[in-house]
Design a protein around this ligand. Structure first.
Ligand code: FES
Length: 80
């Protein structure tokens, strides 16, 4: 079972799949967020999201927070 649930979008458009939200903590890296979730800033404003799967920085040095830009590798970030 894929977890995808077909949802009618109304207006005659074909149904789209809604994925159950999941968050995966990558070892020594970001949090991978998948599924239909809204990411907001500290003020509750939605943060633009262009992909179905996004990586949230948890090392604190990304230049595109809240998203990961890969810098965690350069600084040797570890989660252990
Ligand atoms: S976790 Fe990747 S830049 Fe912070």
């Amino acid at each position: 079972m894929s977890g995808a649930v077909p949802v009618s979008s109304g207006g005659g458009l074909p149904p789209r799949a809604v994925r159950e939200p999941t968050i995966v903590a990558c070892p020594d890296g970001p949090l991978l967020v998948r599924g239909d979730v809204t990411i907001t800033d500290a003020d509750g404003q939605p943060v633009p999201r262009r992909r179905a799967t996004v990586a949230l920085c948890r090392c604190g040095v990304s230049t595109i927070k809240p998203y990961c830009d890969g810098t965690h590798k350069a600084i040797g970030f570890t989660t252990a």
